[in-house]
Design a protein around this ligand. Structure first.
Ligand code: HEC
Ligand code: HEC
Length: 306
């Protein structure tokens, strides 16, 4: 037999073994990543810090804890959304209410993480204390991936130092409030201004300005947070930004004035005996959130702190 023929036969005999090895090696390479299917791209599970991997982890967290309300594609149309008056955010619309960047610009990831830590009080969006810091970071990246990329990127708004409260500052605040806020929030900030009954949000759902003498508010529960909200406005709602029309010291004057009106706690409703026993006093739709989002409810009642 010629040498080349002999080699060819050896090759033929070895072929099944070669194919077998190739399949095994290939399987081992992709093993453990087959679940991590991200769109049409298989990502490498070994590199935990790669952005792709953060998204994969974020999606896992999202599918487990967020989908019931925010929906598979982040449009706020999850299977439980119909039960809620304040509807879950449609991330794909780009309307993020609580952020540190100016009205009309892209939120930062830290803003999303802040919402996970604080929740949105009075709504079904509970603080997500069942998550680790790492999971919050990952799911925040995933939420950011729903937000349209065409919004402009701008620097976060700085919170200037608060001036010391004084009678003059308070009366300036009162004057500015009556001129800029009373049309919606009412002369006494009780949420009953002449425009209050006719407002809608970006989905044409009715929305009303809250009674600012009650606590908790959705977010503005510290002076700094209230300063930020007055500066940024609330995207997707009629609440306008005052970053450009009021100077920092004027915004502080309004904050001080509004804070001086703070009188009572929100009425507690339908949270039952359990709610009364717990140190958190659940308000508005928080109790509905607790029925849907049991993991978050449990963690919140346990009182983890950041
Ligand atoms: C029980 C329902 C529910 C669940 C579960 C839930 N959310 Fe929400 N979420 C809401 C509602 C309702 C709002 C809207 C609050 C508003 O517009 O005032 C909201 C708002 C938000 C906002 C936007 C706040 C803003 O600034 O506009 C973020 C971010 C968010 N949720 C992230 C998440 C993530 C991430 C998860 C899962 C870890 C999650 N949510 C789970 C109901 C839920
Ligand atoms: C055109 C109507 C309108 C005007 C003017 C307006 N607001 Fe609002 N404001 C709203 C609406 C609507 C909301 C509720 C948004 C929501 O619940 O998501 C709101 C919410 C708020 C909140 C609550 C945020 C939270 O954490 O729940 C504060 C604080 C606030 N406004 C302060 C002011 C101040 C101060 C001014 C004037 C400098 C002002 N608003 C002017 C409509 C208005």
């Amino acid at each position: 037999m010629k040498k080349s023929k002999k080699l060819f036969i050896i090759f033929l005999l070895a072929l099944p073994i070669l194919i077998f090895l190739a399949v095994v090696i290939n399987n081992r390479r992709t093993m453990g990543t087959t679940d991590n299917f991200n769109g049409d791209k298989v990502v490498n599970a070994n590199n935990i810090n790669s952005p792709d991997n953060l998204l994969v982890q974020g999606r896992t967290v999202y599918d487990k804890y967020c989908i019931a309300c925010h929906g598979v594609d982040g449009k706020g149309n999850g299977p439980e959304a119909y039960r809620l008056n304040t509807k879950p955010t449609d991330f794909a619309s780009g309307n993020i209410k609580f952020k540190s960047t100016p009205y009309g610009s892209m939120p930062e990831k830290v803003d999303i993480v802040a919402t996970l830590k604080l929740g949105v009080r009075t709504t079904a969006m509970l603080p997500q204390w069942q998550l680790t810091g790492r999971q919050m970071n990952a799911v925040a990246s995933y939420v950011m991936s729903f937000i349209p990329k065409d919004q402009k990127k701008e620097e976060a708004i700085e919170i200037s130092n608060a001036p010391t409260m004084s009678d003059t500052l308070l009366s300036t605040g009162k004057r500015l409030f009556e001129a800029n806020c009373a049309s919606c929030h009412g002369k006494d900030a009780e949420g009953d201004g002449p425009l209050s009954k006719h407002l809608t949000d970006y989905r044409q759902n009715p929305i009303s300005p809250p009674n600012l003498t009650l606590r908790p508010l959705k977010r503005a529960n510290t002076q700094k947070r209230m300063y930020m909200i007055i500066s940024t406005g609330i995207e997707g709602t009629p609440m306008p930004p005052f970053q450009y029309s009021l100077k920092p010291v004027q915004r502080w004057a309004v904050v001080d004035y509004v804070e001086s009106l703070k009188s009572q706690h929100q009425t507690l409703n339908n949270h039952g005996m359990m709610g009364r026993m717990m140190k958190h006093r659940f308000v508005g739709e928080e109790s509905k959130g607790m029925q849907i989002d049991m993991a978050a409810a449990r963690a919140w009642m346990m009182g983890r702190r950041f």
